[in-house]
Design a protein around this ligand. Structure first.
Ligand code: PMP
Length: 366
């Protein structure tokens, strides 16, 4: 061993402690269990691939792509199409490598007031994880007994702390419910900071706050293509007033939407009738799965406005492993506190849902 090697060995552990904040050292990374099952109902993805005629168009478009070139840095054509489909002005749209990236861009740009970020709990974990990693102070407000916003405590925390950013996922993940729209509107009108309504699942609730941006300068909407058939593209969308988008755009990495994603998303949005049909099918299947699950003993099932169903079991860990043994993967949230024995199952194809319901019925009646 040379003296240089010895030096690097003895100083390396110190680098972690001295150069990386305790906050980051204490964070657990966002993790997805690596379990391979034939029926995958854990990730809130769509179970449907591309129809044959759209696949052909995608293949043709990809063949013409110059992969040696950088993508369009502004993804202009894609933004034009999203503007058309959403009926929202192009200047008010910003794209991210998944809405995960947009959450990071929002926290980078918009936490220079009090540095405080407010979100209900339980909710999507990336608000807290990214907020902490970027040096923010995250305040969590427990949801009420129906997993709706506790308006009184939320409003008093807003008044006391004046958060720069408030994240409200509606429908919420993992609980599946929309928050009361009046409560969201009240928070938007009271907050002096920015309110982000994360509508990752709004295609399954049929409700959107998008038109309210005209009236509210502090409202930002997040959407994603991940839940409606295109999780692999990593395409998140932000909608807001033009002046906000212009500022957030300054922290966007160059070429953040790669050319393959731009190319495929353009074809898909140009031919999106099948996406709408698939959403309708998921909504119908959600009602069927909910009805069967609600008829079973030994689980409590919560109503859903999303593409998944949240439920509580007697012993989530045991139910999870028994389902895995039957080649079915769902999401186990079991941890002490509000999520004790809580689980989430994504709505799949009718055949996948049948298999899940049959397995669940058998396990619960044994
Ligand atoms: N917001 C919510 C509420 C989510 O549940 C998810 C995905 N789990 C995301 C955002 C991230 O979506 P994307 O795949 O676009 O990064």
């Amino acid at each position: 061993m040379t003296s240089k090697d010895k030096k690097s060995q003895s100083t390396n552990p110190g680098i972690v402690e001295s150069r990386i904040s305790k906050v980051i050292r204490d964070i657990s990374p966002y993790s997805v269990p690596d379990i391979d099952c034939r029926i995958k109902l854990d990730g809130n993805e769509s179970p449907f691939g591309l129809p044959e005629q759209v696949q052909v168009k995608v293949d043709d478009a990809l063949k013409k792509l110059s992969i040696n070139r950088y993508p369009d840095p502004e993804a202009k054509k894609l933004i034009e199409l999203i503007s058309k489909v959403s009926e929202f002005p192009e200047e008010g749209i910003l794209l991210g490598n998944g809405s995960d990236e947009l959450i990071g861009m929002l926290i980078t740009t918009l936490t220079s007031g009090t540095g405080k970020i407010l979100c209900p709990a339980p909710t999507f974990s990336m608000y807290k994880l990214t907020g902490l990693a970027m040096g923010g102070q995250v305040i969590e407000v427990p949801l009420d007994e129906n997993f709706d916003i506790d308006l009184d405590s939320t409003l008093s925390i807003i008044e006391e702390n004046d958060p720069d950013l408030i994240f409200l996922a509606s429908p919420n993940n993992p609980t599946g419910n929309m928050y009361n729209a009046g409560k969201i509107a009240e928070i938007i009108s009271v907050a002096k900071g920015i309110v982000v309504v994360d509508e990752a699942y709004s295609d399954f609730s049929g409700y959107t706050f998008l038109p309210l941006i005209k009236e509210c300068e502090n409202l930002i909407i997040l959407r994603t293509l991940s839940k409606v058939g295109f999780a692999g593209l990593r395409l998140g969308m932000l909608f807001a007033r033009e002046n906000l988008v212009a500022e957030i755009n300054k922290v966007r990495y160059p070429y953040n939407i790669n050319s393959l994603s731009q190319c495929v998303a353009e074809v898909v949005l140009d031919n999106h009738e099948f996406v709408v049909e698939n959403i309708q099918l998921i909504i119908r299947e959600r009602a069927r799965v909910f009805n069967v699950m609600s008829s079973l003993d030994r689980i409590a099932v919560y109503p859903s406005d999303a593409n998944f169903i949240f439920f509580k079991a007697e012993n989530a860990d045991s139910l999870f492993s028994q389902l895995v043994q039957k080649d079915i993967l769902i999401r186990n949230f079991n941890k002490p506190g509000r999520l004790e024995n809580c689980m989430r199952v994504t709505i799949g194809t009718p055949e996948e849902n049948d298999a899940f319901l049959a397995a669940l019925t058998e396990i619960l009646s044994s």
